[in-house]
Ligand binder design. Structure first.
Ligand code: 1CP
Length: 345
């Protein structure tokens, strides 16, 4: 593993605070839309090496960042499972919904062979990017993928997914187990291709009924990490249990991830008190703070985050993805505050 700032933090070494942004690669950078015009079909975009490489490196042209996240989408696994994934402008993703207890769960696809462009892009980028920049590979967590696969689209409450869990628990767990293997395969492929960090996005973990949090979030994540380690993939894993509240504490002790990405609702004083001290932390600026052209509170908030986290192994980030309307100047300002802070301490 290269010895860049993020790897240092994650390998338990003393380091200044690194910085990158979730969802930095697309959407808020005007040139992204120019690149996107070349390929209107988003799945094809995610399968085009040239476009993956251009989008991944785009934020590095604007910002002094410590990481690049590979351009792809969490829904490439359901796509590879033939769930008829489509992205429609102004609507978002749609998939063929799975009927709980009825839809046959496919277990024999060769995921890796369907994602060769992703693998090739990572190999190319790891070769080309400076060693000081981490390359992050990622996947959606089993629960979050199951949410999209059952619901067939995004949702405010994922009621059909939760209903499926209560009505067809064994079927649901078979789906989770199947996804665990595909996710581990995809993460392994990315690490072997050159990703130095892996991230698991559980963007809908706040939709898990509390009684099932272990079954649907903690145990599946721990199993994925176990599979990776058993296959000698030793790169650090960042988990993102979005808005999971107090359950983040148990997740931090049992999910086996090396770092937890904290969402913007988490009180950092609470986090440093209760979250497993062996894991590094990442977060958690509200991405909405980067939308207004001017805010009196932005600088103050960034400094408060840095001060609060000064005794922890910490990576500065947003507490959820950058939105399309966030301002490039605000992102630059945050980076400069973090860099200046590092020079002083
Ligand atoms: O039209 C477009 O250009 C599509 C917009 C877009 C982009 C740029 C989508 C559709 N996905 C992506 C890329 C993407 N997705 C990345 C690449 C790196 C980056 O942008 O920096 C990553 C890491 C993701 C991960 C992802 N996709 C998540 C997890 C992170 C999170 O924000 O919670 C989720 C939930 C998705 C699903 C998804 N993909 C796209 C959309 C519009 C959605 C969300 C739909 C919903 O709200 O349910």
């Amino acid at each position: 593993m290269s010895d860049n700032l993020i790897s240092k933090v994650l390998k338990n070494k003393k380091s200044s605070v690194p910085i990158w942004f979730m969802r930095q690669a697309g959407r808020h950078i005007p040139e992204y839309f120019k690149i996107r015009k070349n390929e209107k079909n988003f799945i094809n975009f995610c399968l085009n090496e040239d476009l993956i490489i251009k989008s991944t490196t785009l934020p590095l042209k604007y910002y002094d960042l410590d990481a690049a996240i590979i351009f792809s989408d969490i829904l490439m696994i359901p796509w590879a499972m033939d769930r008829n994934v489509k992205f429609t402008k102004n609507f978002g993703p749609s998939l063929k919904p799975m009927i709980a207890g009825e839809t046959k769960i496919v277990r024999n696809i060769c995921l890796i062979s369907k994602l060769v462009p992703l693998k090739n892009s990572i190999s190319y980028l790891r070769e080309k990017l400076p060693k000081s920049i981490s390359l992050i590979g990622f996947a959606g967590a089993p629960w979050t993928l199951a949410c999209y696969m059952i619901e067939g689209r995004g949702s405010k409450d994922f009621i059909n997914t939760r209903k499926a869990l209560w009505s067809s628990y064994e079927w649901f767990m078979e789906l989770i187990e199947t996804l665990i293997v595909y996710i581990a395969d995809k993460l392994e492929m990315q690490a072997r291709a050159g990703a130095d960090i892996l991230m698991i996005f559980d963007s809908w973990s706040h939709m898990i009924p509390n009684t099932f949090f272990d079954d649907c979030a903690i145990r599946p994540t721990a199993k994925i990490v176990d599979i990776l380690r058993s296959r000698k993939i030793l790169v650090p894993v960042i988990g993102f249990p979005f808005k999971a509240g107090a359950s983040i504490v148990k997740y931090s002790f049992e999910s086996k991830v090396d770092c937890i990405a904290l969402d913007w609702s988490v009180d950092l004083c609470w986090a440093i008190k209760y979250i497993n001290k062996k894991v590094a932390l990442q977060g958690n600026l509200d991405p909405a703070s980067l939308i207004p052209s001017h805010s009196n509170h932005l600088r103050e908030n960034v400094l408060t985050i840095l001060e609060t986290m000064k005794d922890r192994r910490f990576i500065f980030n947003v507490g959820h993805g950058l939105t399309p309307d966030c301002k490039i100047d605000n992102v630059k300002e945050v980076i400069s505050i973090v860099r200046n802070y590092n020079m002083k301490v």
